[in-house]
Design a binder for this molecule. Structure first.
Ligand code: MN
Ligand code: MN
Length: 474
């Protein structure tokens, strides 16, 4: 090829590059450190409640103040003010007031903190075959068989009759016991093995073994169960009916770990969507005195349809913005809130399915995201002909692309599956309902929704960089 053709070829055709091949040595060092911090974040936040605790603790250390406090003091909201809103300890918003009026719109990143898991039922404890077990009801879209034969930890809150709150975390410490869901030995699995993968382990079969040693005399017929109840009572003061008012979640008792001899990948529980949540948190911490108000929304309930008063379908986010506007403007009018939201630009920060060499046929390779190629922009999600998708507007995608290009952010595109292969949604539609411009943008993942998911460190870092540039420049 002549030089002229070569230049022309490079200019008008495009190849999404591998970020590892373009990143500087300095940044490579930074991104490894970033990933180390992320692993700690993942290990400390295995439920939405724990994540909110960690995020708000970090926010407070960085000068963010509780919106409730500002309301109580009737404080005037000034540019540069750093504020957080805590919604029932399960979802949260952190924001920095911009120089422009909030009514001119905000730059928003919306992520979610809930991850697929097994929730403990309201009356869960029983005994069978000399074992004590807990009944569960799975939360979100899981492949049930993946939850058998792995170490399980229990996390959650229990309220005693005197109102005292007990925070449970059992199975994370090296010396803790773990819990276990049993599968069937292959020797006796003749019938199971010919079942569909979705039926080999059933929902009602996801019972967690929590004990085996009987306690008590002949009159008691469920001595193992009694023993477990006794331990819970001695240690935490819990009685059996307290389960009915508790929220206890079974999660993998695993730590986030580097994967590969070159340590480029991270395996962990809850990359969906704590990878984007961490990237967004770190991004807003590095924003100072922005022109437009910056907000990061950490939603709950995304995995079960965004309903409930901590999910994105609820009013928690707009209520927080309404409070903020009311502090800024004594003559509050609802139209101010609507303008603020409708003039906003948002990245729906959620993970995206990445190309998986073990299953190469489910994605259109030309439009798929790959591990290592950077932060992923997803114009639309949905299924069966983009059903229920938010389809980002061209004008806005251009805006985001320019910001990424100007800031040396390696980005790629993604599509959730080949046409008619399946699909899913994110919280993008909920932000778009306000009239805001929204595009899905986040970290590509292999093995999504499994107890152990896989991401690339460089994609996580590029997502952080992308979010930061967006908050500052959009
Ligand atoms: Mn997600
Ligand atoms: Mn998900």
């Amino acid at each position: 090829m002549s030089k002229e053709f070569k230049e022309n070829y490079d200019k008008i055709t495009h190849k999404f590059e591998n970020s590892w091949e373009t990143i500087s040595n300095d940044e490579e060092t930074i991104l490894y450190r970033f990933a180390d911090e992320y692993k700690v974040f993942l290990d400390n936040g295995k439920t939405e409640r724990e994540c909110v605790d960690v995020i708000l603790r970090i926010a407070k250390l960085n000068g963010f103040r509780d919106l409730k406090e500002c309301i109580a003091n009737d404080e005037e909201v000034k540019p540069g003010m750093k504020i957080y809103g805590n919604n029932k300890g399960k979802s949260a918003v952190i924001l920095i007031v911009g120089e422009d009026n909030i009514q001119d719109g905000m730059n928003i990143i919306g992520t979610h903190l809930d991850s697929p898991r097994l929730d403990i039922k309201p009356f869960p404890l029983y005994e069978d075959g000399g074992l004590a077990l807990l009944k569960t009801h799975y939360y979100g879209w899981v492949k049930k068989y993946q939850w058998a034969s792995i170490p399980i930890a229990l996390h959650g809150v229990v309220f005693k009759k005197n109102g005292e709150k007990v925070n449970l975390v059992i199975g994370e410490n090296e010396n803790d016991p773990v819990f276990f869901i049993s599968d069937l030995l292959p020797h006796l699995a003749k019938n199971q093995m010919v079942k569909k993968l979705s039926e080999g382990i059933t929902g009602e079969g996801l019972n967690i073994i929590v004990g085996s040693i009987p306690l008590g005399d002949k009159d008691i017929d469920t001595k193992v169960k009694f023993h477990i109840m006794k331990i819970l009572n001695n240690k935490y003061g819990i009685e059996e009916d307290d389960f009915a008012v508790a929220e206890i979640q079974a999660v993998p008792a695993t730590k986030a770990r580097d994967v590969g001899l070159d340590r480029g990948l991270v395996a962990g529980y809850g990359h969906d969507d704590r990878a984007c949540s961490f990237a967004a948190l770190r991004a807003i911490l590095e924003v100072d005195k922005p022109k437009r108000t910056c907000a990061v929304v950490f939603a709950d309930k995304e995995e079960v349809g965004s309903n409930g008063n901590t999910g994105m379908e609820s009013k928690f986010f707009e209520n927080i913005i309404a409070e903020l506007i009311a502090l800024q403007n004594r003559n509050y009018n609802e139209i101010f809130l609507r303008r603020a939201l409708a003039r906003s630009k948002a990245l729906s920060g959620d993970v995206m399915a990445a190309f998986n060499p073990n299953f190469p046929d489910v994605l259109d390779k030309r439009n798929a995201a790959f591990l290592g190629k950077g932060v992923t922009l997803v114009k639309y999600t949905g299924s069966r002909g983009k059903l229920n998708c938010n389809d980002a507007n061209s004008e806005f995608i251009m805006n985001v692309r320019n910001i990424f290009n100007e800031n040396n952010i390696t980005w790629q595109i993604g599509e959730l599956g080949k046409v008619d292969q399946g699909g899913a949604g994110t919280i993008a539609y909920a932000l778009a309902n306000y009239g805001a411009e929204v595009i899905d943008c986040g970290v590509p993942v292999i093995n999504m929704h499994a107890p152990y998911e896989l991401i690339s460190k460089i994609d996580l870092y590029m997502t952080f960089k992308g979010y930061k540039a967006f908050l500052k420049d959009a």
